[in-house]
Design a protein around this ligand. Sequence first.
Ligand SMILES: [Fe+2]
Ligand SMILES: [Fe+2]
Length: 182
Amino acid sequence: MQIKRFSLKHMREEAAADAATEEEKTVRSLPEMIDDVIRNYHRTELSQMDDIEVLLRQALFADYAKNEYQLLYIHSKFAEFRASLEQHFAKEEAIVFPLMLDETRRNRASWVKVMELENEHSQAEEKIWDLRQNTSYFSIPSDSCAAMQDAYRKLAVLCDGISDHIAEENGVIFPAYEKLIE
Ligand SMILES: [Fe+2]
Ligand SMILES: [Fe+2]
């Protein structure tokens, strides 16, 4: 068995490497942060929502007689949730992110547009809260078909990802933008 040696020098080097990684994270430019959020969250979540829509449609037809009430609830609420998110992502990509990246238009008026996004984030969080409450935190209904089980698992993952997505925009990107317009 090989014994790993930890010298003081080695520990200092590791700490310095960790600090460098942390610094890299914090010194990302605004265009990089926006690019990351589009790639890591928007594209991923759009594709997750496509999958969930197909699964819920399959479940609707397979399980309707067995589980009508829950299916009608989740099928309708998911459609509403998905539409609001798609519209929000499109607004960010088509209007607000380009505005944030335009150095000649960084002012209080652009900040108001950013605050609109924060407001929409609160509405999305409320929808997630309702979905979680009304599905007992995505507990899979008994006797449900494979599509329904898969849809619930994927919905739970999607909602967790959206919460992280919102935290990244509200907690990292918007404050970085606010500094640029001060
Ligand atoms: Fe976003
Ligand atoms: Fe957003």
